[in-house]
Design a protein around this ligand. Structure first.
Ligand code: IPD
Length: 290
């Protein structure tokens, strides 16, 4: 296991304390979202496209997270899906997704979560060190957490990622962006992957997908277009559970591509994804489509 370098932790701060706070934050926001869910959820606004919704509860959940962080760790920065960035002086940034799986929340499909992580360094997947994270599945209360060098748990019980026999025997999670052109490209990539695996699952919350990979409920995962808040907590849970998390072409996981699973099968999947140009390396439109 990798432990944080001493310079990555402010004086007097421990990974254990940061992880405990991540759990308290995610479960408090999860309780707010669960108890406040109206019979019929309305869309308050849309973001990257007409089918990328924000609800009143996304905003309320993030406000609660921000208030709690300001009260407990006022010197830390905040990067949240639904609000302005907050600058800090401690070198730590809280990366927040107040509801990951908002479309599921809207429709009542039971895969939505609060995702809370704290990172050292720039809050960007290619350069951050994720110190601790928690993903709280709001509909059923399952809570995954991890601290760098401390391992990962689900509901307090240590977890390890799975070791499927082959790519062909693997159950693979993935997801799609909100932009129609991007989705069309993703469908073409999926056509290359689907015949080579046991089956796929599109469950609708990247944070939960990465935690299911961590506890062996999924064997492999890949997705293009993840934002920092979709992945930060799930990545530390997955890696601390023994999974490899990477991008394509030797790059780290990030917006262009995130692949997770056991090392040998990740290598096989990466080869297929690179051949299919799944990260859009030849796409002149770049990575603005989410
Ligand atoms: C989305 C979910 C989904 C993934 C999308 C994300 P949101 O996050 O994680 O599973 O496929 O890429 O944007 O919009 O529900 O917070």
């Amino acid at each position: 296991m990798i432990s944080p370098a001493p310079h990555e932790l402010p004086d007097g701060v421990t990974v254990t304390a940061l992880r405990d706070l991540a759990v308290r934050l995610a479960t408090a926001a999860g309780t707010l979202v669960r108890e406040g869910r109206p019979e019929r959820v309305e869309v308050a606004a849309t973001k990257s496209s007409d089918v990328d919704p924000v609800t009143v509860m996304d905003r309320a959940s993030e406000e609660l997270l921000r208030e709690m962080i300001a009260a407990e760790r006022p010197d830390d920065a905040i990067l949240g899906e639904e609000g302005d960035d907050v600058a800090g002086t401690s070198g730590l940034t809280w990366v927040l997704d107040p509801i990951d799986g908002t479309v599921n929340y809207l429709y009542g499909v039971a895969s939505w979560a609060v995702s809370v992580a704290v990172v050292a360094g720039p809050p960007e997947p290619s350069s951050w060190t994720v110190l601790a994270g928690c993903v709280h599945s709001i509909a059923d209360g399952r809570t995954w957490s991890a601290g760098l060098g401390e391992g990962a748990t689900r509901d307090g019980v240590p977890i390890r990622s799975g070791a499927p026999a082959s790519l062909g025997a693997s159950l693979l999670g993935t997801g799609f962006g909100y932009d129609a052109v991007r989705r069309s490209e993703q469908a073409q990539v999926l056509a290359q992957v689907l015949p080579r695996v046991r089956d796929i699952r599109r469950l609708g919350s990247a944070a939960i997908d990465l935690c299911l990979l961590a506890d062996g409920s999924l064997d492999l995962y890949y997705e293009r277009g993840l934002n920092p808040w979709d992945m930060a907590a799930g990545v530390v849970v997955a890696t601390e559970a023994g999974a490899v998390v990477t991008g394509l072409r030797g790059r780290p996981a990030g917006n262009a591509m995130t692949v997770a699973g056991p090392r040998d099968l990740v290598a096989e999947l990466v080869t297929i994804l690179e051949a299919a140009d799944a990260d859009g390396a030849g796409d002149t439109a770049g990575d603005t489509r989410g």
